[in-house]
Ligand binder design. Structure first.
Ligand code: HEC
Length: 384
């Protein structure tokens, strides 16, 4: 049983140019359950989020009962989702757990009257929704939410906040339009590059929509902006070349791991320095292939480990810069999948370095106990 049993069908349908209609395939029991939990989550989120955009509304005693009840429901739905994802492998469980932790805190803060902490966290919680929804093709099932986006407080959101919410609610077409307007009109193009917007837009087009032509067109238009700094021109040119080279890759089913490996290797050869975003498209395509590959229950442990290790590598460049980093998770998953494999050893070295870097400041190294314990457990597993 798979979470997305119809994903391969969708990929094939997308690749031959059919649009996938809702209800085209009988949903599995798991899909029905996922959608049911999601419906609970988004109905509460769309109720409390508009109120959270104004601190007076959020802390107003007359809204307290309603907000508390919706936050409680969200916390419960997230817990139910953690149990549901336990039956599947992959990073969903990790993200679901992170979201459940956030929602427990959001409810707890609100209940004891710390509404500003609660409000702040609530506005970040959509990062979890976005991280999951950007991984795989869209079966086109999500309900339209036009009325919600017309709500005065939501309509006023800045373009980056609006796209985040649109993706959290799986309104992908609307998100793409919002981004494209933004690329044309945003006054300072350097800001577009510093924010997560371009990688996010490209992830949705490549991994969720499988539409490299539209990405090519947008980059073409972006490169015509006369105010682009030189470094951006260089990146956009590299992305256009990668898109042209990789346009058919996502639609081919099979041999995902060796193909992803090759794409990553080639990209790294093109990159002038480790974090050079010239390799962005290649890493997005490779990660899309790997996400899909990991849905297959029958893959060998070594191959699973190799896939997670490579996902960890891609994530260092294409991951969201805020809140929820999946890099550590992927390296840990690579170790646990096959502790004696070569990729597990490489993943351990990468993870250890990363943890040390994250926890060392001007006052020296200070790794929290739970993280250190987990690291030692992993060290034993890989015999490092
Ligand atoms: C752990 C991964 C994960 C997280 C976290 C997550 N989702 Fe989902 N979401 C999914 C999956 C998987 C689907 C099902 C896609 C499909 O097959 O239709 C889905 C579907 C949806 C749908 C469409 C439901 C339908 O009937 O088609 C909405 C709306 C949604 N999620 C909203 C949210 C919101 C809002 C959040 C955050 C508060 C969230 N999701 C968090 C994985 C996740």
């Amino acid at each position: 049983m798979k979470l997305f049993s119809n994903v391969k069908r969708i990929i094939l349908a997308l690749s031959v140019g059919f649009s996938v209609q809702s209800g085209a395939a009988e949903p599995t029991k798991d899909e029905i359950e996922t959608r049911k939990i999601m419906a609970g989550l988004f109905s509460s989120l769309t109720t409390v989020l508009p109120l959270s955009l104004n601190s007076d509304d959020f802390s107003d005693p007359k809204n307290r009962e309603k907000i508390l009840s919706e936050l409680g429901k969200m916390r419960d739905s997230a817990n139910a989702f953690v149990s549901h994802t336990k039956r599947f492998d992959g990073s969903y469980g990790y993200i679901a757990k992170s979201m459940a932790g956030d929602l427990k805190d959001i409810f707890g803060w609100y209940k004891k009257g710390s509404t500003s902490e609660s409000r702040y966290l609530l506005q970040q919680v959509t990062d979890n929704c976005v991280s999951c929804h950007m991984k795989l093709p869209d079966p086109g099932h999500a309900p339209r939410m036009e009325a919600f986006f017309k709500d005065i407080s939501i309509a006023k959101l800045s373009a980056p906040d609006k796209t985040r919410l649109q993706v959290a609610l799986r309104q992908f077409d609307d998100a793409l339009s919002t981004w494209e307007d933004m690329f044309k009109t945003w006054p300072n193009p350097s800001e577009l590059f510093a924010m997560d917007t371009l990688p996010e837009y490209l992830k949705v087009l490549i991994r969720v929509k499988g539409d490299t032509k539209r990405a090519q067109k947008t980059l073409e238009e972006l490169s015509k902006r006369t105010d682009l700094p030189k470094y951006m021109n260089r990146e956009v040119a590299a992305w256009k070349t990668s898109l042209a080279n990789l346009s058919g890759v996502m639609s081919v089913v099979g041999a995902e791991l060796p193909r992803a490996e090759k794409i990553i290797k080639n990209a790294r050869n093109q990159m002038d320095f480790p974090m050079d975003r010239a390799g962005l498209i290649d890493f997005i395509v490779a990660s899309g292939l790997l996400n899909r590959y990991l849905l297959d229950k029958k893959i060998k442990a070594d191959d699973k480990s190799a896939s997670y290790y490579l996902l960890g590598i891609t994530e260092t460049l294409i991951g969201r810069s805020t809140w929820l980093s999946q890099t550590d998770y992927y390296f840990e998953a690579a170790i646990r999948a096959a502790p004696k494999s070569k990729s597990a050893k490489k993943a351990f070295d990468a993870l250890e370095q990363q943890i040390i870097m994250q926890n060392t400041g001007s006052s020296g190294m200070n790794i929290p106990d739970d993280i250190q314990e987990n690291l030692e457990e992993l060290r034993k597993l890989v015999h490092r």
